[in-house]
Unconditional design. Structure first.
Length: 433
């Protein structure tokens, strides 16, 4: 058993000054079982009690190269000694924008922000301004950040969603104005028939269809072949802005994200996470025609949008991605890890399906296939979490939330994959007992 005494003491102290003792609801795993962290390097994480973990949370996805990656930190230090911010533009920002435009097929122009939440919020405003329409279509189980516009139908119990022919948008928090639900259409992911029906009924009123390429906030459920292409086609026909939310997939599943992976050009795309390898930088970008309305009566800005640590980290991260076989290694090692997990679950006689990409994957126990949150929510999340707990005991830390994928980084070498599979085999065995 790991010793968690320092984490437990710190949790008690933290709860006196922070709700739940954390700075995001997702960082709270429960009383006495929420680890508090001391340091991270490469693919490893250490908690305040000195327990070491192979980390597959990667800070919710941003760490693509590895924790505390030397080249990224060096670039940040080089830049911040000359000032961390100014209320004007630096050349380095232009260079990062140029790199993004070069790497991501659908980008002609970009604007920076600090978080994925801001990036999607700005993209939605731009889409509404561009089309002169207000309705947004989003898919159940997708998450686009904490703003009120799309924090709907993210994690609700399926019963609350109503019939799939006419889904009910469900706010994911108290405090979200009900009236915003009137500006929203929700649908199950991968529901071709429902999507076609909504397009016929409301296509001319919809400003934007926003979607993650794969459900990175619901067990990494993949788009069924043709689904993203269908969205692309119908949005073009109805003059709707297609926003591809690449906050998790961007600079992770390919250098050019899902746009490269699926050979897809959305109208707008949003980025954060892997863009800065753990430093805060986000972006929205897309077609010149649409992006050009920013500043022409359309507001977009933010004091920290060009924060130098974030910009410098993005510069260094994208440079490493351009010059080193990061994606190749992630694919090789992630493929091996997925295959190993698949085999162990099969040998244990557990019905399951593997979902996602080698650099960002998950599995659902108790179903042979899942294509939407409605399918996923009836899978065996209790057993999933039991296995995760047993893994954490053995020094391997995927997220404690079954919706969150396993994330790999360049720093996960063959040894870490082998050690993870050994721990996984033992964990499954322990849980089956
Ligand atoms: C697809 C997607 N969009 C937006 C966000 C929000 O990003 P942030 O947490 O940086 O605000 C997230 C965060 O997990 C995300 O996964």
């Amino acid at each position: 058993m790991h010793n968690f005494s320092k984490s437990q003491a710190l949790q008690k102290r933290a709860q006196r000054v922070m709700p739940l003792g954390v700075n995001s609801n997702f960082r709270y795993w429960g009383e006495g079982v929420t680890p508090y962290m001391a340091k991270a390097k490469g693919g490893y994480l250490w908690d305040v009690d000195g327990n070491r973990y192979i980390d597959y949370r990667m800070a919710f996805g941003p760490i693509i190269l590895g924790h505390a990656y030397d080249e990224v930190n060096a670039k940040v230090v080089e830049q911040i000694v000359d000032g961390t911010m100014s209320a004007m533009t630096y050349e380095l920002e232009v260079e990062v924008a140029e790199k993004m435009v070069k790497m991501c097929p659908g980008l002609e122009m970009v604007r920076f922000a600090c978080s994925g939440t801001e990036a999607t919020m700005h993209a939605i405003r731009v889409a509404r301004a561009y089309t002169g329409r207000e309705i947004i279509l989003k898919f159940e189980g997708n998450y686009h950040g904490f703003h009120d516009y799309t924090l709907w139908s993210t994690y609700a119990p399926v019963e609350a969603y109503g019939n799939r022919r006419s889904p009910i948008p469900v706010p994911a928090s108290s405090g979200i104005p009900k009236v915003l639900g009137e500006k929203l259409i929700t649908l199950p992911f991968n529901d071709v028939e429902g999507f076609e029906r909504m397009m016929k009924s409301y296509g001319h009123q919809i400003a934007a269809v926003i979607s993650e390429p794969c459900q990175g906030n619901c067990g990494a459920i993949l788009p069924q072949p043709g689904f993203l292409e269908l969205i692309r086609q119908r949005t073009a026909e109805y003059g709707i802005v297609f926003i591809l939310d690449e906050v998790k997939t961007g600079f992770r599943i390919a250098n050019g994200g899902a746009q490269e992976y699926y050979n897809l050009k959305p109208d707008l795309a949003t980025y954060a996470k892997a863009l800065g390898n753990g430093y805060p930088l986000a972006a929205l970008g897309g077609k010149r025609e649409i992006m050009s309305i920013i500043g022409q009566g359309v507001a977009q800005g933010g004091t920290y949008n060009n924060n130098k640590p974030g910009v410098a980290a993005a510069w260094a991260t994208l440079t490493v991605l351009e010059n080193e076989p990061v994606m190749q290694k992630l694919n090789e090692r992630g493929t091996r890890l997925m295959a190993g997990i698949d085999q162990i679950l099969t040998e244990a006689g557990l019905v399951h399906c593997m979902n996602g990409y080698p650099a960002m994957f998950s599995y659902a126990i108790g179903a042979e296939k899942v294509t939407s949150q409605r399918d996923w929510s009836v899978t065996d999340q209790n057993l999933y979490l039991e296995i995760i707990d047993a893994l954490i005991e053995r020094g391997v830390m995927p997220d404690h939330d079954a919706r969150e994928p396993w994330f790999l980084c360049y720093g996960h070498g063959d040894k870490e994959i082998d050690d993870t599979l050994t721990a996984f085999r033992e964990a499954v065995k322990a849980c089956k007992k």
